[in-house]
Design a protein around this ligand. Structure first.
Ligand code: NAP
Length: 272
């Protein structure tokens, strides 16, 4: 039986640490100043986690500016290291060091491997991630774009810490992970960070979501995000570099769709 998750601040894995059900992504920022302003505002409004990656050129530096403005303790920072840097620990450590330099922090909160690669053993990847905790680069570890099978392998490989997160694509248009991966993550209490939750902005113009939103006095974007965070263990990381859209993201929290409407969205096949 589906049970609506009412929490707007959710536990990260089994860590006891709380992060907001809606955070903010940083891929493809165009205007640096506007992004800094928007992300700072997000943190001030309580959207307390920001997702970035070594691959998002210039984004970690922008997050660093935000952290400088709002204070390190106010932001939960996730960054992602490229799989090619997991070929040996020296590379991995260097990559983590460079992330910290660009972010201008002593430690991040969460480091993920950006995606799995067939040439990397999952056991070795997890071992390197655990060493990054031991050496103080990050407080928590996780993975991204891992299938259920790959995540199971990662969980089995853990020696000292837990896999707190799997960051994967999940939107009201693309619900494939609801079949196997999400139920597994709910059972294991692993946080699912939903990326591309707005289908790169497309959901904002969806007639069906707009109509449903009228009933709740909410926008299509707020309906799309609320659907995701209504699921246990799910937090969403939509991206924007516009202050007004941050307010819109914030308005996706603090209420919930009815079970009937969640089920309606669950069974609907959106064309995209
Ligand atoms: N782990 C991975 O492999 C992976 C892959 C992809 C993404 N990610 C992470 O997830 C984050 C989010 O995913 P995403 O950036 O791919 O896509 P997204 O969040 O679904 O969409 C972002 C796009 O939607 C626009 N947008 C935001 N709010 C809007 C609104 N209210 N109305 C209309 N358009 C709106 C944004 O433009 P403006 O900025 O102009 O508002 C931006 O172009 C990324 O930034 C990144 O941090 C991770």
């Amino acid at each position: 039986m589906f049970e609506i998750d009412l929490k707007d601040y959710k536990e990260l894995g089994k860590s006891g640490e709380k992060i907001s059900a809606v955070g903010v992504g940083t891929w493809g920022i165009v205007d640096r100043r506007s992004a800094i302003e928007a992300l700072t505002y997000a943190v001030q409004l309580g959207l307390n986690h920001i997702d970035t990656a070594e691959m998002y050129l210039g984004a970690e530096e922008i997050v660093g500016e935000v952290v400088k403005d709002v204070g390190r303790e106010k932001v939960f920072i996730t960054t992602k290291i490229l799989p090619s840097n997991f070929r040996d620990f020296h590379l991995c450590k260097k990559a983590a060091e460079n992330c910290l330099k660009r972010l201008k922090v002593d430690q991040v909160d969460l480091i993920l491997i950006h995606w799995p690669e067939s040439y990397l053993s999952i056991e070795k990847v997890v071992n390197f991630l655990e060493k990054l905790v031991d050496e103080g680069y990050t407080r928590y570890i996780g993975v991204s774009n891992f299938s259920k099978y790959e995540l199971e392998k990662a969980v089995e490989s853990v020696k000292r810490y837990e896999i707190s997160v799997n960051q994967v694509k999940y939107s009201v248009y693309d619900k494939r992970i609801e079949l196997e991966l999400l139920p597994y993550m709910i059972r294991e209490k692993i946080t699912l960070q939903a990326y591309t939750p707005l289908e790169r902005g497309e959901v904002a113009y969806d007639r069906f979501l707009k109509n449903l939103g009228e009933k709740y006095k909410k926008t299509a974007v707020q309906i799309a995000l609320n659907y995701l965070i209504s699921h246990k263990e799910v937090v969403a990381i939509p991206k924007t570099e516009r202050r007004e859209r941050i307010i819109e993201f914030k308005g996706a929290m603090g209420w919930r769709l009815s079970l009937e409407d969640i089920n309606l969205l669950k069974s609907k096949n959106f064309k995209f």
